[in-house]
Design a protein around this ligand. Structure first.
Ligand code: URA
Ligand code: SF4
Length: 253
């Protein structure tokens, strides 16, 4: 009969403690072998489980059902420290989808993307190219806040990526703007640096993807450095605006 792993863990811990307290300080090779077998079995289950998650997502045909699944997700360690899952929000039939890196403190508290300082700057950046926040869909690569806003780890990005990919398919945007290197690399599946990725469009199937500086990064610097970075971001945004206006005109309705 299958048992939940926490129960096995409790039983095993008690048993090991009991052995130790009774003066046993070496484990019989057969027991050690059983533990190794157990470890292998759990790893196999985990791998099989991960495959099932992504395979199953192709059957999820609405954004709201996907959201319900993501809100229950415990596929990576970030689930232990999050307050709210930040699925993303905005126009569900968007020309443009915007993808950040990970929720921060305000996002984790409210469950909404880009509502802190970075969000304010993002809203201004969009206004500058004549785009209203409500016209776009906004989300991030990982949906749960990393502790102290550290960069999400590779395994966390991998665990969360199937959700982002399903969001992209369901929302079907013509254009994607990635904010920061982490988002650019995750979406395009490459390892290139931000300076290599920005300044041009990348083709992702039938979509065009642009990558620019994350607003949090722009806010980190003052003076000349910030001006210099903002000029480059402005270049990226103008490039985006041209495509956006073209796609907006073509869009039915
Ligand atoms: N930065 C991000 O990348 N995503 C958010 O939702 C907020 C800040
Ligand atoms: Fe799941 Fe993504 Fe949250 Fe990790 S970050 S627990 S994969 S929703």
């Amino acid at each position: 009969m299958e048992k939940p792993i926490h129960q096995v863990l409790e039983e095993l811990t008690l048993w090991l403690k009991f052995q130790k307290d009774s003066g046993v300080d070496l484990i019989h090779p057969e027991v050690a072998q059983s533990l190794e077998r157990l470890d292998m079995a759990v790893k196999r289950r985990k791998n099989a489980g991960q495959r099932t998650v992504s395979a199953d997502l192709s059957m999820v045909n609405s954004l709201s059902s996907l959201q319900a699944i993501v809100e229950q997700c415990r596929a990576c360690g970030l689930s232990a420290t999050r307050n709210k899952v930040v699925f993303g929000e905005g126009n569900t039939n968007p020309v443009l989808m915007i993808i950040g890196e990970a929720p921060g403190r305000e996002e984790d508290r409210t469950g909404r993307p880009f509502v802190g300082k970075s969000g304010e700057l993002l809203t201004k950046m969009l206004r500058a190219i004549n785009i209203d926040r409500q016209e776009v869909f906004i989300t991030s690569v990982v949906k749960c806040r990393p502790p102290s806003n550290r960069t999400p780890h590779k395994d966390e990005i991998e665990a969360c990526l199937p959700y982002l990919q399903r969001q992209i398919s369901l929302l079907d945007p013509k254009l994607i703007l990635c904010l920061g290197g982490v988002a650019g690399q995750a979406v395009l599946g490459v390892n290139s640096s931000l300076s290599d990725l920005r300044g041009k469009f990348h083709q992702l199937h039938e979509r065009k993807v642009a990558v620019t500086y994350h607003p949090a990064y722009l806010l980190r610097f003052g003076g000349n450095k910030q001006q210099h970075l903002k000029r480059k971001a402005w270049h990226d945004l103008q490039m985006l605006q041209k495509e956006y206006d073209k796609s907006r005109q073509k869009r039915p309705g």
